[in-house]
Ligand binder design. Structure first.
Ligand code: F6P
Length: 321
């Protein structure tokens, strides 16, 4: 192996640049040449490659987004498109690829491996919804950003004795909502994986005000419903409460990565290159008990991410019925 490529795919996440840096620096340390593939799998097929030196990536560790840019490219599910991608890599002398991204990225990495280009996937998504890893790159930063925003929302909620429904990202996964909800002191956390009772939530909020609380907060995962819909339903059970709906949206994907994201992205990026140096491909790198682990990408397609639902239980046990 002489030359490897790196790409980021799907929604961007803070810490992707730290992972690119770790891959590039580790590879260069081992005497390999490194190419950045811009715009994910779309750029791979188009041959949009740039050489990367250690100096190119030196200051990237603290930057949000992905300097290689990202794209969603569903066309890469087609075999003839995958073959074009593999041909581009061969033409440019690349023997292996590290793919950083969410769910769809693993399909691409596996396809390339089957076409003879060893590829390893790193979990890069704020959603924390990948099986067999307790952590995905960007999750901690997104939680931090959402928590900071909610701290500000609580200030205004308290001044006006209002209830805020705050919708956080995560697709069908409630991990961001659970962690941010607990960290923000939410009265209720609503996620797609667990049943919820809107009447009970309304009663909790009403009781809070009756007991002298000056605000109410519901952290709602986007996979459940929109903040406006939830507000409407809640208002039926609590017509006297002054309720506002708020969507945090893409701000959760931006900003400088946290320490946890930088460190984990660096550990996993370094690990991925070592797997490729050992001649391995078709693998997904994850984190388990603070250490990088691997699973066959095929296992990931069968597996289901298990959230830490104890966070929800802790929050519920602190809530007055
Ligand atoms: O997967 C990351 C994510 O930010 C999800 O939380 C969200 O549902 C989705 O991407 C938004 O996608 P887009 O950036 O295409 O609007």
């Amino acid at each position: 192996m002489k030359r490897i490529g790196i790409l980021t795919s799907g929604g961007d996440a803070p810490g992707m640049n730290a992972a690119i840096r770790a891959v590039a620096k580790t590879a260069i340390h081992h005497g390999l040449e490194v190419y950045g593939i811009r715009y994910g799998f779309a750029g791979l097929v188009a041959g949009d490659f740039i050489p990367l030196t250690a100096e190119d990536v030196d200051h990237k560790i603290s930057e949000g987004g992905t300097f290689l840019y990202s794209a969603r490219f569903p066309e890469f599910a087609q075999e003839e498109v995958q073959k074009k991608g593999a041909e581009q890599l061969r033409k440019h002398g690349m023997d292996a690829v590290v793919v950083i991204g969410g769910d769809g990225s693993y399909h691409g990495a596996l396809a390339l491996t089957r076409l003879g280009i060893n590829s390893v996937g790193l979990p890069g998504t704020i959603d924390n919804d990948i099986p067999y890893t307790e952590y995905t790159i960007g999750y901690d930063s997104a939680c931090r950003t959402a928590m900071d925003a909610i701290d500000k929302i609580r200030d205004t909620a308290s001044s006006h004795h209002r209830v805020f429904i705050v919708n956080v990202m995560g697709r069908e996964c409630g991990d961001i909502a659970m962690r941010v909800g607990l960290a923000s002191g939410a009265d209720a956390i609503v996620i797609p994986e667990r049943p919820y009772d809107i009447e009970k939530i309304a009663n909790t909020l009403k009781q809070g005000f009756a007991d002298g609380k000056d605000h109410g907060l519901v952290v709602l995962a986007e996979g459940v419903m929109s903040a406006d819909e939830f507000k409407e339903q809640l208002a039926k059970y609590a017509p006297d409460l002054d309720i506002r709906a708020n969507v945090l949206g893409h701000m959760q994907r931006g900003g400088s990565p946290t320490v946890e994201d930088r460190v984990n992205a660096t550990k996993m990026g370094n690990y991925a290159v070592n797997l490729l140096l050992d001649g391995k491909g078709g693998l997904a790198v994850g984190m388990e008990n603070g250490k990088p682990n691997t699973h066959d990408i095929l296992d990931l397609f069968e597996g289901k991410h298990q959230g830490d639902f104890s966070l929800l239980d802790v929050n519920e046990e602190m809530t007055k019925d």
